[in-house]
Design a protein around this ligand. Structure first.
Ligand SMILES: Cc1cc2nc3c(=O)[nH]c(=O)nc-3n(C[C@H](O)[C@H](O)[C@H](O)COP(=O)(O)OP(=O)(O)OC[C@H]3O[C@@H](n4cnc5c(N)ncnc54)[C@H](O)[C@@H]3O)c2cc1C
Ligand SMILES: NC(=O)c1ccc[n+]([C@@H]2O[C@H](COP(=O)([O-])OP(=O)(O)OC[C@H]3O[C@@H](n4cnc5c(N)ncnc54)[C@H](OP(=O)(O)O)[C@@H]3O)[C@@H](O)[C@H]2O)c1
Length: 249
Protein backbone atom coordinates (compact mmCIF):
# COMPACT_ATOMS: atom_id res chain seq x y z
CA UNK A 1 0.00 0.00 0.00
CA UNK A 2 1.31 3.49 -0.78
CA UNK A 3 2.39 5.94 1.93
CA UNK A 4 -0.48 8.35 1.38
CA UNK A 5 -4.11 8.25 0.34
CA UNK A 6 -5.63 11.38 -1.17
CA UNK A 7 -8.75 12.40 0.72
CA UNK A 8 -11.21 15.24 0.14
CA UNK A 9 -12.28 17.93 2.59
CA UNK A 10 -15.99 17.81 3.36
CA UNK A 11 -16.13 20.58 5.96
CA UNK A 12 -13.97 22.67 8.23
CA UNK A 13 -15.87 23.45 11.43
CA UNK A 14 -14.75 26.52 13.38
CA UNK A 15 -15.36 26.37 17.14
CA UNK A 16 -13.25 29.36 18.27
CA UNK A 17 -10.50 31.47 16.68
CA UNK A 18 -8.04 28.64 17.53
CA UNK A 19 -10.08 25.45 17.51
CA UNK A 20 -11.29 23.65 14.38
CA UNK A 21 -12.55 20.26 13.25
CA UNK A 22 -11.70 18.90 9.83
CA UNK A 23 -14.08 16.44 8.21
CA UNK A 24 -12.73 14.30 5.39
CA UNK A 25 -13.72 11.52 3.04
CA UNK A 26 -10.87 9.12 2.25
CA UNK A 27 -10.56 5.48 1.32
CA UNK A 28 -8.51 4.22 4.27
CA UNK A 29 -8.34 0.88 6.09
CA UNK A 30 -10.56 0.31 9.15
CA UNK A 31 -9.10 1.76 12.37
CA UNK A 32 -9.67 1.10 16.07
CA UNK A 33 -11.28 3.81 18.24
CA UNK A 34 -8.60 5.78 20.10
CA UNK A 35 -6.06 5.48 17.29
CA UNK A 36 -4.48 8.31 15.34
CA UNK A 37 -3.46 8.72 11.71
CA UNK A 38 -1.20 11.16 9.89
CA UNK A 39 -2.47 14.08 7.88
CA UNK A 40 -0.27 15.94 5.40
CA UNK A 41 -0.30 18.92 3.07
CA UNK A 42 2.25 19.98 0.49
CA UNK A 43 3.59 23.31 1.76
CA UNK A 44 6.22 25.22 -0.23
CA UNK A 45 7.11 22.06 -2.13
CA UNK A 46 7.46 19.89 0.98
CA UNK A 47 5.02 17.36 2.38
CA UNK A 48 4.35 18.35 6.00
CA UNK A 49 2.71 15.58 8.06
CA UNK A 50 1.47 15.42 11.66
CA UNK A 51 -0.40 12.80 13.73
CA UNK A 52 -4.08 13.42 14.58
CA UNK A 53 -6.51 11.27 16.55
CA UNK A 54 -9.74 10.15 14.93
CA UNK A 55 -12.78 11.82 16.53
CA UNK A 56 -15.34 9.78 14.58
CA UNK A 57 -16.21 6.25 15.60
CA UNK A 58 -14.80 3.46 13.40
CA UNK A 59 -18.24 2.81 11.85
CA UNK A 60 -18.62 6.39 10.63
CA UNK A 61 -17.15 6.88 7.14
CA UNK A 62 -16.94 10.67 7.63
CA UNK A 63 -13.45 11.05 9.14
CA UNK A 64 -13.07 13.82 11.70
CA UNK A 65 -10.03 15.45 13.33
CA UNK A 66 -10.07 18.14 16.03
CA UNK A 67 -7.13 20.53 16.21
CA UNK A 68 -5.85 23.77 17.71
CA UNK A 69 -3.78 26.32 15.79
CA UNK A 70 -0.50 26.44 17.66
CA UNK A 71 1.64 29.58 17.36
CA UNK A 72 4.25 29.16 14.59
CA UNK A 73 3.03 25.56 13.97
CA UNK A 74 4.06 24.53 10.44
CA UNK A 75 0.91 22.53 9.59
CA UNK A 76 -2.03 23.85 11.59
CA UNK A 77 -1.98 27.35 10.01
CA UNK A 78 -2.44 25.73 6.60
CA UNK A 79 -5.17 23.31 7.70
CA UNK A 80 -7.51 26.22 8.41
CA UNK A 81 -7.28 27.45 4.80
CA UNK A 82 -8.79 24.22 3.46
CA UNK A 83 -12.05 24.61 1.55
CA UNK A 84 -14.64 21.87 0.89
CA UNK A 85 -13.43 19.72 -2.02
CA UNK A 86 -9.75 20.41 -1.40
CA UNK A 87 -7.34 17.43 -1.41
CA UNK A 88 -5.62 16.32 1.81
CA UNK A 89 -3.16 13.47 2.24
CA UNK A 90 -3.87 10.89 4.94
CA UNK A 91 -2.03 7.74 5.99
CA UNK A 92 -3.70 4.57 4.68
CA UNK A 93 -4.23 3.03 8.14
CA UNK A 94 -4.62 4.03 11.79
CA UNK A 95 -1.88 3.56 14.38
CA UNK A 96 -1.34 3.61 18.12
CA UNK A 97 -2.19 1.73 21.29
CA UNK A 98 -4.45 4.22 23.06
CA UNK A 99 -7.31 1.77 22.53
CA UNK A 100 -9.64 -0.33 24.67
CA UNK A 101 -7.90 -3.56 23.63
CA UNK A 102 -4.94 -2.39 25.72
CA UNK A 103 -7.02 -1.51 28.80
CA UNK A 104 -7.54 -4.31 31.38
CA UNK A 105 -10.98 -5.08 32.81
CA UNK A 106 -12.37 -2.88 35.59
CA UNK A 107 -15.68 -1.61 36.93
CA UNK A 108 -15.08 2.02 36.02
CA UNK A 109 -13.27 3.83 33.21
CA UNK A 110 -11.94 7.35 33.78
CA UNK A 111 -11.17 9.31 30.58
CA UNK A 112 -9.05 12.39 31.26
CA UNK A 113 -8.45 14.85 28.39
CA UNK A 114 -6.97 18.30 27.95
CA UNK A 115 -7.88 20.48 24.99
CA UNK A 116 -8.05 18.69 21.65
CA UNK A 117 -7.45 15.30 23.28
CA UNK A 118 -11.19 14.97 23.88
CA UNK A 119 -11.15 13.57 20.31
CA UNK A 120 -10.00 9.98 20.86
CA UNK A 121 -12.40 9.63 23.80
CA UNK A 122 -15.34 10.66 21.61
CA UNK A 123 -14.26 7.99 19.12
CA UNK A 124 -14.11 5.35 21.87
CA UNK A 125 -17.49 6.50 23.25
CA UNK A 126 -18.97 5.93 19.77
CA UNK A 127 -18.28 2.18 20.08
CA UNK A 128 -20.67 -0.32 21.66
CA UNK A 129 -17.75 -2.10 23.34
CA UNK A 130 -17.00 0.64 25.86
CA UNK A 131 -20.58 0.63 27.19
CA UNK A 132 -20.54 -3.17 27.48
CA UNK A 133 -17.20 -3.33 29.28
CA UNK A 134 -17.56 -0.69 32.01
CA UNK A 135 -20.28 -0.09 34.60
CA UNK A 136 -19.48 3.61 34.92
CA UNK A 137 -17.53 5.96 32.65
CA UNK A 138 -16.27 9.38 33.74
CA UNK A 139 -15.32 11.76 30.91
CA UNK A 140 -13.20 14.76 31.95
CA UNK A 141 -12.48 17.64 29.56
CA UNK A 142 -9.96 20.16 30.94
CA UNK A 143 -9.56 23.46 29.07
CA UNK A 144 -8.42 27.01 29.72
CA UNK A 145 -11.66 28.87 29.01
CA UNK A 146 -15.31 27.86 28.87
CA UNK A 147 -15.63 28.46 25.10
CA UNK A 148 -13.08 25.65 24.59
CA UNK A 149 -15.54 23.09 26.00
CA UNK A 150 -16.38 21.99 22.48
CA UNK A 151 -18.43 19.00 21.28
CA UNK A 152 -20.97 19.80 24.01
CA UNK A 153 -23.93 18.75 21.84
CA UNK A 154 -22.30 15.36 21.11
CA UNK A 155 -21.56 14.91 24.83
CA UNK A 156 -25.13 15.93 25.75
CA UNK A 157 -26.44 13.22 23.43
CA UNK A 158 -24.16 10.60 25.01
CA UNK A 159 -25.38 11.67 28.47
CA UNK A 160 -28.99 11.34 27.31
CA UNK A 161 -28.31 7.86 25.87
CA UNK A 162 -26.39 6.62 28.94
CA UNK A 163 -27.72 8.59 31.93
CA UNK A 164 -26.82 5.95 34.53
CA UNK A 165 -23.44 5.07 33.05
CA UNK A 166 -21.79 8.32 31.95
CA UNK A 167 -20.61 11.27 34.03
CA UNK A 168 -19.15 14.34 32.27
CA UNK A 169 -16.93 16.65 34.31
CA UNK A 170 -15.64 19.84 32.70
CA UNK A 171 -12.60 21.69 34.06
CA UNK A 172 -11.93 25.34 33.21
CA UNK A 173 -8.62 26.62 34.53
CA UNK A 174 -8.52 30.31 33.63
CA UNK A 175 -11.98 31.67 34.37
CA UNK A 176 -14.81 31.11 36.80
CA UNK A 177 -17.96 29.31 35.69
CA UNK A 178 -20.94 28.02 37.64
CA UNK A 179 -20.63 24.49 36.25
CA UNK A 180 -16.99 23.48 35.75
CA UNK A 181 -14.30 22.65 38.28
CA UNK A 182 -11.90 25.60 38.34
CA UNK A 183 -8.27 24.43 38.12
CA UNK A 184 -6.26 21.43 37.04
CA UNK A 185 -7.01 17.69 37.04
CA UNK A 186 -4.10 16.47 39.26
CA UNK A 187 -5.02 18.98 41.99
CA UNK A 188 -8.66 17.87 41.90
CA UNK A 189 -7.59 14.23 42.28
CA UNK A 190 -5.34 15.11 45.21
CA UNK A 191 -7.95 17.16 47.07
CA UNK A 192 -10.82 14.72 46.38
CA UNK A 193 -12.85 17.16 44.25
CA UNK A 194 -12.89 14.91 41.19
CA UNK A 195 -14.12 11.84 43.07
CA UNK A 196 -16.72 13.90 44.91
CA UNK A 197 -18.07 15.32 41.65
CA UNK A 198 -18.09 11.87 39.99
CA UNK A 199 -19.61 10.17 43.04
CA UNK A 200 -17.05 7.39 42.57
CA UNK A 201 -13.80 6.30 44.17
CA UNK A 202 -10.72 6.37 41.97
CA UNK A 203 -8.64 3.41 43.11
CA UNK A 204 -6.61 0.51 41.72
CA UNK A 205 -9.29 -2.07 42.59
CA UNK A 206 -12.16 -0.62 40.58
CA UNK A 207 -10.64 1.82 38.09
CA UNK A 208 -8.90 2.06 34.75
CA UNK A 209 -7.70 5.53 33.75
CA UNK A 210 -6.95 6.73 30.21
CA UNK A 211 -5.13 10.08 30.01
CA UNK A 212 -4.51 12.07 26.82
CA UNK A 213 -3.24 15.49 25.77
CA UNK A 214 -0.86 17.98 27.34
CA UNK A 215 2.34 16.13 28.39
CA UNK A 216 2.53 18.09 31.65
CA UNK A 217 -1.00 17.02 32.56
CA UNK A 218 -0.25 13.40 31.60
CA UNK A 219 2.91 13.42 33.75
CA UNK A 220 1.43 15.21 36.78
CA UNK A 221 -1.79 13.18 36.76
CA UNK A 222 0.16 9.93 36.47
CA UNK A 223 2.29 10.94 39.48
CA UNK A 224 -0.77 11.72 41.61
CA UNK A 225 -2.45 8.45 40.62
CA UNK A 226 0.74 6.50 41.40
CA UNK A 227 0.73 8.05 44.85
CA UNK A 228 -2.83 6.66 45.22
CA UNK A 229 -1.59 3.13 44.39
CA UNK A 230 -2.37 2.93 40.67
CA UNK A 231 0.42 2.02 38.23
CA UNK A 232 1.22 2.44 34.56
CA UNK A 233 -0.36 -0.11 32.28
CA UNK A 234 2.15 -2.12 30.27
CA UNK A 235 1.48 -5.13 28.07
CA UNK A 236 3.77 -7.39 30.12
CA UNK A 237 2.87 -5.75 33.43
CA UNK A 238 -0.77 -4.64 33.40
CA UNK A 239 -1.72 -1.62 35.47
CA UNK A 240 -4.42 1.02 35.58
CA UNK A 241 -2.94 4.06 33.79
CA UNK A 242 -2.90 4.16 29.95
CA UNK A 243 -1.59 7.36 28.39
CA UNK A 244 -0.97 9.24 25.15
CA UNK A 245 0.67 12.65 24.91
CA UNK A 246 0.24 15.01 21.98
CA UNK A 247 3.69 16.59 22.13
CA UNK A 248 6.90 16.50 24.16
CA UNK A 249 7.52 18.82 27.12
C1 LIG B 1 -0.26 10.53 18.75
C2 LIG B 1 -0.58 11.99 18.52
C3 LIG B 1 -1.89 12.38 18.25
C4 LIG B 1 -2.18 13.73 18.07
N1 LIG B 1 -3.48 14.09 17.86
C5 LIG B 1 -3.79 15.41 17.78
C6 LIG B 1 -5.14 15.83 17.65
O1 LIG B 1 -6.07 15.01 17.54
N2 LIG B 1 -5.39 17.17 17.62
C7 LIG B 1 -4.38 18.10 17.71
O2 LIG B 1 -4.67 19.30 17.71
N3 LIG B 1 -3.11 17.72 17.82
C8 LIG B 1 -2.78 16.41 17.84
N4 LIG B 1 -1.48 16.05 17.94
C9 LIG B 1 -0.45 17.10 17.74
C10 LIG B 1 -0.28 17.35 16.24
O3 LIG B 1 0.37 16.22 15.65
C11 LIG B 1 0.57 18.58 15.89
O4 LIG B 1 1.76 18.59 16.65
C12 LIG B 1 -0.20 19.88 16.12
O5 LIG B 1 -1.39 19.91 15.34
C13 LIG B 1 0.64 21.11 15.74
O6 LIG B 1 1.11 20.96 14.44
P1 LIG B 1 2.04 22.08 13.82
O7 LIG B 1 2.72 21.55 12.60
O8 LIG B 1 1.22 23.32 13.55
O9 LIG B 1 3.10 22.37 14.96
P2 LIG B 1 4.15 21.36 15.65
O10 LIG B 1 5.51 21.76 15.18
O11 LIG B 1 3.75 19.95 15.40
O12 LIG B 1 3.92 21.69 17.19
C14 LIG B 1 4.46 22.86 17.78
C15 LIG B 1 4.14 22.90 19.28
O13 LIG B 1 2.74 23.11 19.48
C16 LIG B 1 2.29 22.54 20.72
N5 LIG B 1 1.17 21.61 20.44
C17 LIG B 1 1.13 20.62 19.51
N6 LIG B 1 -0.08 20.00 19.50
C18 LIG B 1 -0.83 20.62 20.41
C19 LIG B 1 -2.17 20.45 20.84
N7 LIG B 1 -2.99 19.51 20.33
N8 LIG B 1 -2.65 21.26 21.82
C20 LIG B 1 -1.86 22.19 22.34
N9 LIG B 1 -0.57 22.42 21.98
C21 LIG B 1 -0.06 21.65 21.02
C22 LIG B 1 3.51 21.86 21.30
O14 LIG B 1 4.13 22.77 22.21
C23 LIG B 1 4.40 21.62 20.08
O15 LIG B 1 5.74 21.47 20.41
C24 LIG B 1 -1.16 14.71 18.11
C25 LIG B 1 0.16 14.31 18.33
C26 LIG B 1 0.46 12.97 18.57
C27 LIG B 1 1.88 12.58 18.84
N1 LIG C 1 -6.24 27.99 24.41
C1 LIG C 1 -6.03 29.20 23.88
O1 LIG C 1 -6.79 30.14 24.05
C2 LIG C 1 -4.80 29.43 23.05
C3 LIG C 1 -4.66 30.63 22.37
C4 LIG C 1 -3.53 30.81 21.59
C5 LIG C 1 -2.58 29.84 21.52
N2 LIG C 1 -2.73 28.68 22.20
C6 LIG C 1 -1.68 27.68 22.11
O2 LIG C 1 -2.23 26.38 22.08
C7 LIG C 1 -1.48 25.54 22.91
C8 LIG C 1 -2.22 25.15 24.14
O3 LIG C 1 -3.59 25.14 23.96
P1 LIG C 1 -4.66 24.39 24.88
O4 LIG C 1 -5.44 25.44 25.56
O5 LIG C 1 -5.37 23.36 24.09
O6 LIG C 1 -3.82 23.47 25.83
P2 LIG C 1 -3.14 23.42 27.22
O7 LIG C 1 -2.12 24.47 27.46
O8 LIG C 1 -2.69 22.05 27.16
O9 LIG C 1 -4.30 23.65 28.32
C9 LIG C 1 -5.41 22.77 28.48
C10 LIG C 1 -5.66 22.53 29.94
O10 LIG C 1 -4.59 21.74 30.46
C11 LIG C 1 -4.15 22.32 31.69
N3 LIG C 1 -2.78 21.97 32.00
C12 LIG C 1 -1.66 22.44 31.45
N4 LIG C 1 -0.57 21.89 32.04
C13 LIG C 1 -1.04 21.05 32.99
C14 LIG C 1 -0.42 20.20 33.95
N5 LIG C 1 0.90 20.09 34.05
N6 LIG C 1 -1.22 19.49 34.78
C15 LIG C 1 -2.56 19.59 34.69
N7 LIG C 1 -3.19 20.38 33.82
C16 LIG C 1 -2.45 21.10 32.97
C17 LIG C 1 -4.34 23.79 31.47
O11 LIG C 1 -4.36 24.45 32.73
P3 LIG C 1 -3.67 25.91 32.94
O12 LIG C 1 -4.60 26.89 32.33
O13 LIG C 1 -3.58 25.98 34.44
O14 LIG C 1 -2.33 25.89 32.28
C18 LIG C 1 -5.68 23.83 30.75
O15 LIG C 1 -6.73 23.76 31.66
C19 LIG C 1 -0.26 26.28 23.33
O16 LIG C 1 0.75 26.06 22.37
C20 LIG C 1 -0.77 27.70 23.31
O17 LIG C 1 0.30 28.59 23.17
C21 LIG C 1 -3.84 28.46 22.97
Amino acid sequence: MSTWVEGTVVRLRKWTDELYSLQLKADIAPFTAGQFTRIALDINGERVARPYSFVNGPDNPLLEFYFIIVPHGPLTHHLIDLQPGAPVFIAPRGAGFFILDEVPAADNLWMLATGTAIGPFLSILATTEVWQRFKRIVLVHAVRTAEELTYSEEIRQLLAQHPEQLEFIPFVSREDTDFAIRGRVPDAIENGQLEARAGLTLNAETSQVMICGNPGMVRDTTAVLEACGLKKNKRRDPGQITTEQYWKD
